[in-house]
Design a protein around this ligand. Sequence first.
Ligand SMILES: Nc1ncnc2c1ncn2[C@@H]1O[C@H](COP(=O)(O)OP(=O)(O)OP(=O)(O)O)[C@@H](O)[C@H]1O
Length: 346
Amino acid sequence: MRGKKPVSELKVAVPAQETPVDKFLTASGTFKDGELRLNQSGLRLISEENVDDSEETKLKVEDVQLSMDDLEMDQVIGKGSGGVVQLVRHKWVGTLYALKGIQMNIQESFRKQIVQELKINQATQSPHIVLCHQSFYHNGVIYLVLEYMDRGSLADIIKQVKTILEPYLAVLCKQLTLDSTLIIQILEGLLYLHHERHVIHRDIKPSNLLVNRKGEVKISDFGVSAVLASSMGQRDTFVGTYNYMAPERISGSSYDYKSDIWSLGLVILECAIGRFPYIPPEGEGWLSFYELLEAIVDQPPPSAPADQFSPEFCSFISSCIQKDPAERMSASELLVSIARDISISE
Ligand SMILES: Nc1ncnc2c1ncn2[C@@H]1O[C@H](COP(=O)(O)OP(=O)(O)OP(=O)(O)O)[C@@H](O)[C@H]1O
């Protein structure tokens, strides 16, 4: 291809950090330097005589290793047990990312090893999983450069709207296209993790289900906690909330993909009724968090109130929240059953 240079020959005159962005960006937001064009859609080489717009000539900005110097902090958008999540902007290209910092009090060599493992783990490609573009290590903190989900998490949404209406949650909604419903999107994400990546997420909860303005719902934190735990030789040490954990995990039995389905059922029920489905004994709060765990293991599972929700929705919830994993449906079985319900209703 005429005019196309190997990437290794690229010479980019990087402006000094103090230089204002508008000195090297055109009004349309394109950075120009000789044959180089850098804009919202990525990095391109353009021969003066032969402008080739084919996909092959495009290099995404995420294909080049990012560092802290490339990113401009905007604001803190969340806080997890590992550290804060900040909204950041790529200084040259303007793309927004969620930058998650994980502070770990472990040896530097260990942290570098974890970043290496995370890079291998970045192969995830599913429209239903939050993309981790890159990871790097900076000043004692491991940073993940994540796809920015601009409507935050389901936890944030539940706080704002109290309940999410069944038509949006459920499947039998004529106004919405099939794949726009929340349940189907999460199930597709789980199907990908379980069947293609052969991993259990282990931490499905409202704050790990992120939403964007296009109405897409994606599963986040996939692999990150698993990689961090395994890198530290603590695969079974769980940090986070136990509220959504399946009974077989709480009681220390062996568990499989179905444990994610239990968590999904509880999350969807919580979205529908506007509160965590397990309620403490009348007039009391949970005396301790062990009481809640005991209730999950010993009590009958919660269900969707039949007088408020459709039989299909109630049956979906009960197919997920079965205490015996053998009785619980898998992601693929749930998707098949939803498709069957839809075809019957049409
Ligand atoms: N990619 C993202 N886009 C937009 N907001 C995000 C993104 N990732 C995380 N957040 C926000 O940051 C919050 C904290 O996320 P984080 O993953 O650090 O912790 P968590 O899942 O809430 O808790 P834990 O660390 O216990 O798992 C989320 O609830 C969400 O509001």
